[in-house]
Design a protein. Sequence first.
Length: 230
Amino acid sequence: MVETPHARGVKLAILAALSFGVTTPLVARAGVGLGPFTTGALLYMGASAAGFALRRLLPSAGHPLTRRHAWRVLGISMLGALLGPALLAFALQRTGATSASLVLNLEAILTLVLAHVIWREPLGRRAWVAAACMLAGGVSLVFEGRGEGVDSLVGLVAVGLATLAWALDNTLSRSLSEAEPLAVVGWKGLSGASLAVVIALALGEPLPAPGPAAALLALGAVGYGGSLAL
């Protein structure tokens, strides 16, 4: 049976979600004692390295990036490679990785809604029902977090804000849909990580030890670079 482009796209989306989701508890462990911008910078350095490496190994797809793409790449970098990972790293220091992973599902809902509002993409009744169920689950986790203390509640809200940053990144990335995807991943990761390094140094965040740094770079390459490339 011939696989349709839609079916292949669904499979790749599921694989990307899994590669991103399984890294969350590992990021929580590797980022202990590090600042949120340092953690985010290492994750997206790894993602950038993966994007550029895969670009050399795999056949080119899409149009090359040019100077006219620079501002759009910088915009999605600030949302998806700077704010998103920093907010998630901040959250993981305050709430459980399991709860954070579940709240991360809000990214799919927000992406659906933003695509409908900004790009006028049609959404059927089943999509709205699925989004409502996922939203209800995320909201219930936030309310449940109130009983675990202020830190946990703040952490869950920060995860929600991270999903909003990534949803905006996903939505605005559509304007780069015809560009070479691995080049977008590489330059987006490099731009976001560079900005995060500057902020981390300005805030005086502690420098990472070699072990946690290597772990976060690897997690970024697999969970972030790999999922973005898919």
